[in-house]
Design a protein around this ligand. Structure first.
Ligand SMILES: [Zn+2]
Length: 308
């Protein structure tokens, strides 16, 4: 899932040319809207990417699913959401881009529907591969999973993946570091364009801590679950942290100015996105407000948010 920031119809590099003294309104200026991604491609000697064929407001061009390894049996990282035609496309990718390899195991970054939703479709077509993820029974759709925890390693021929627990966007979220390529599979933690959403059951504090943890890695590239390859991981993660700090500031400014409703805060802050994205923007603003509430800086009064 991505948030409305990713759907800014026109990236605004002009912010950088704002009049002296004017504050920029956003840090992340890239957008998921209009990003074209090929249905399938090879991103490294040991990684092929296959689109989930599920484009949308929250998924951008769709979920990237990855076939990983160099041997006759490979890993599938994320399964898309079961969109019609995805199984055909995956079959074509295995034949054309993966030397006719079969699937050994399905590994999932987290249980959001656009990541776990294709498991049954993939199994029906390619056989009953085991599924490995951090267990979250209430979200795992009844699928029996091999439990993964922070630091666990998933191996296949030509690829060693280390699981990194990165809660915040989702409690069960794992990123995976591919040692051979020094590449990070970031799931929904960091996206190829725009920013990620912190849903109501997510936690912004955890998310920020997870970002800082990813900053420690010596990753050379990031392969995100949505959008294109990120070639400069440190810069991108730094931008994500700065983006959240700016949103904090904008929300506090709004509250100080007497704006107390989520929708009104959204209208004040997101002046550069179309209104149909305001609901998604509200989810983001509330993630910040809940964090302020936890910190004792704001309190909720029915539908109003008030500075303490
Ligand atoms: Zn997600």
């Amino acid at each position: 899932m991505t948030d409305s920031d990713s759907s800014d119809p026109a990236p605004r590099p002009a912010d950088n040319c704002a009049p002296l003294g004017a504050k920029p309104t956003r840090v992340v200026t890239s957008s998921m809207i209009g990003i074209g991604m090929p249905d399938k491609a090879r991103w490294s000697e040991r990684v092929a990417v296959v689109l989930g064929l599920n484009p949308g407001v929250f998924t951008g061009p769709g979920t990237n699913t990855f076939v990983i390894g160099t041997g006759p049996r490979r890993l599938l990282l994320d399964s898309g959401q079961g969109a019609s035609g995805y199984d055909d496309l995956l079959g074509r990718a295995l034949r054309e881009d993966c030397e006719g390899a079969e699937l050994e195991r399905i590994v999932l970054t987290h249980a959001h529907p656009d990541h776990i939703g294709g498991v049954e479709q993939v199994r029906a077509r390619f056989g009953a591969s085991a599924v490995a993820k951090m267990p979250l029974p209430e979200r795992d759709l009844g699928i029996e999973v091999i439990g993964l925890a922070d630091g666990d390693v998933v191996e296949t021929e030509g690829a060693t993946l280390e699981a990194i627990w990165t809660p915040g966007h989702a409690g069960d979220h794992l990123c995976f570091y591919l040692q051979e390529d020094q590449t990070l599979f970031s799931g929904d933690m960091v996206l190829g364009a725009g920013t990620t959403v912190i849903p109501p059951d997510g936690d912004l504090d955890d998310y920020l801590a997870s970002l800082r943890r990813l900053l420690q890695l010596e990753a050379r590239r990031i392969f995100p679950a949505h959008g294109p390859v990120i070639e400069d991981p440190r810069r991108k993660i730094g931008e994500y942290l700065a983006h959240r700090a700016l949103r904090d500031e904008q929300i506090l400014e709004g509250l100080r100015a007497g704006v107390t409703g989520t929708a009104q805060l959204v209208a004040r802050i997101y002046t550069d996105v179309p209104e149909f994205l305001y609901r998604a923007a509200g989810v983001s603003v509330e993630a910040h407000l809940r964090r302020f509430e936890k910190q004792g800086r704001v309190r909720r009064e029915e539908t109003r948010w008030v500075l303490v």
